[in-house]
Design a protein around this ligand. Sequence first.
Ligand SMILES: [Zn+2]
Length: 264
Amino acid sequence: MTALTFPQNHGPVNAVRTTTFADGTEDWDSQTQQPKTFPQEQLNALKPFAVCNASQYQATAIAYTDAGAFPGVNIELPGTGYSDGIHAEFFAVMNARAHGATKLNALDINSSPCGHCREFLSKPENGDLPIRYIDNTKAVKDSTLKTLLPDAFVLEGQGDLFSSKDSTYQPIVKRIHEINNIQAAVTLNTDTNYKGYCVEVASWNPSLTPAQDMLIKFYSDRGLDGLNALDIIKLNLTEEQGNSGISFKWNTMAIEEGLKQLKN
Ligand SMILES: [Zn+2]
């Protein structure tokens, strides 16, 4: 691993991998590509990028993957509910995914991951995923997903966020189409076309909606102040509804409205 891929507007790009000792060895786990020392400073440096007017809680996370380390912060959209927001862990993981990562090695989080995020990360082969976080006593805790989420609810064969065979989103979308009979995509038209898909995880819930996925891609590319440069915020939802009756219409409208309010 060489350079880390932190989008500039999301904090210090190369800050995570900093410690090199005099003998040339690095404070770096060669297997997970994660610093051996908990990157407290770097997680703190990401805090100002959180959008959290409602909770006033700045959550930050770093996902270590085969494509580098990627930051995430929480985003709450005004005028929407908490469930339409994006948690820092979702952001970090999908940020990595959007930049071509195919394997999640480890996660560092500035707080104990909520149940929502534990379930989001859950898939049968992910049990040993190393997760470090600041626990409720302010101590750094070294854990794994299966310790944090024993007896996870998993629907076999479902969404595989990180797998070498899923090098693009298409297989995920296709699988959802096959199982739940739905295909959905949300596009934000700017000079660059940002497209998000429904990303279904091993337990189906909490899945990311197409608008949430699009938003992560937009922010990870443009930075959290990227909205200010847009004249019109209009999300276009394309969905093919099957027998499941699932629709992302309301979620897309809510997120569009939230983005407009955020810009103003
Ligand atoms: Zn969470």
